[in-house]
Design a protein around this ligand. Structure first.
Ligand SMILES: CC(C)(COP(=O)(O)OP(=O)(O)OC[C@H]1O[C@@H](n2cnc3c(N)ncnc32)[C@H](O)[C@@H]1OP(=O)(O)O)[C@@H](O)C(=O)NCCC(=O)NCCS
Length: 183
């Protein structure tokens, strides 16, 4: 079987992944996710070791404060940490909303892992009950992320100019999920 075709049983199997809050030992995972040029093609390019260390410390503070949620994704059959999914508060068009983002390392992509892990994060955001709307802003040039939004029931609002990272603007889709609607 070609390496790019994954067993059907791996796809969208929610029991194949779990999410856990970001923890002390997760800096190597962050390096694989945000220190890698291919992984950050739509995210402004790879971060330096110093930026990654600062981000890791920030994630730990956020987790400790309980405001925003940063999760690592664990692939249950292997026990490997294979990605992250996070949501945080932001102001969007004058309203407080959640924004969500995701990343899965290349060796584990295409198996439904982002979809399963993001479904779990959405359940979490819904039970937090703090904000009604959850937005995602994938680049218009990021087919898997846009497919993910569509298949998770987000509504496409519009294309917009989005600043990420600070000072750099890209063309994104604004997708929105109403957390108050029944799932
Ligand atoms: C985006 C990303 C997290 C997807 O992870 P993944 O585990 O491979 O995603 P899944 O296997 O759950 O697939 C999600 C959807 O994308 C689709 N998809 C996957 N690869 C695709 C591709 N190359 N083109 C089009 N659609 C694709 C899948 O079919 C699936 O859609 P479906 O649910 O309708 O079947 C992963 O590609 C990644 O980490 N990219 C780099 C970081 C990034 O860009 N993050 C997004 C910031 S908004």
């Amino acid at each position: 079987m070609p390496a790019s075709i994954k067993p059907e049983s791996d796809r969208s199997d929610q029991s194949a992944v779990r999410i856990e809050l970001w923890a002390e030992g997760d800096l190597p995972l962050l390096k694989k996710l945000l220190g890698d040029p291919a992984m950050t093609e739509h995210l402004g390019g790879p971060e330096s070791d110093e930026q990654l260390a600062n981000r890791h410390a920030r994630y730990l503070r956020l987790v400790a404060s309980g405001s925003d949620r940063v999760f690592k994704i664990i692939h249950q059959p292997t026990g490997e940490s294979v990605g992250s999914v996070s949501y945080w508060e932001r102001t969007w068009h004058g309203e407080q909303v959640y924004e969500i983002g995701w990343s899965v390392i290349p060796a584990f992509q295409g198996r439904g892992i982002a979809r399963a892990a993001t479904s779990l994060a959405i359940i979490n955001a819904r039970s937090d009950g703090k904000h009604r709307f959850l937005h995602a802003f994938p680049s218009v040039d990021n087919p898997p992320s846009n497919a993910l939004c569509r298949s998770l029931g987000f509504t496409l609002i519009e294309e917009c100019e989005f600043e990420y990272p600070a000072g750099s603007f890209m063309r994104c889709n604004d997708w929105c999920l109403d957390l108050s609607a029944s799932s």
